[in-house]
Ligand binder design. Structure first.
Ligand SMILES: [Zn+2]
Ligand SMILES: [Zn+2]
Length: 126
């Protein structure tokens, strides 16, 4: 007797959406309790994973130096890859390797991993 397992098709969007909503809520709360807003992997403004909106002008913060080239006094461009993001300054070509920009890259790397990891869960679950 063979039993066929019924597989429900879950689009990755569906999974990602519910997850990002949950993480957003958790990080909103954590931020109120003292989490550094720049350590978040979701965006409290755009309500999505950080790497999905990090190229928006709102993520350029000259004061803190996030997505900012101090020597050129201009915003950095963002290239979003599969596992990480890259920042570069269109004026001087440097990656503006500062603590603030490294923090941004690290947070985006985590947000990409969180999105991909969770989306893959239904396939990996025993
Ligand atoms: Zn955003
Ligand atoms: Zn520059």
């Amino acid at each position: 007797m063979s039993r066929r397992r019924h597989l429900r098709l879950v689009t990755s969007d569906e999974v990602v959406d519910s997850t990002v909503v949950a993480v957003l809520a958790a990080e909103d709360l954590a931020e109120e309790l003292g989490l550094d807003p720049h350590a978040r992997v979701t965006c409290s403004l755009h309500r999505c994973w950080l790497h999905q909106c990090v190229s928006a002008p709102d993520h350029v913060i000259a004061v803190t130096g996030h997505r900012w080239c101090r020597s050129c006094a201009r915003s950095l461009e963002v290239v979003v890859g599969d596992v990480s993001i890259e920042l570069y300054c269109p004026s001087c070509g440097s990656a503006a390797d500062t603590v603030a920009n490294r923090q941004l890259v690290r947070a985006c790397r985590t947000s990409i991993a969180a999105m991909n990891g969770v989306a893959a869960l239904p396939l990996c679950a025993p």
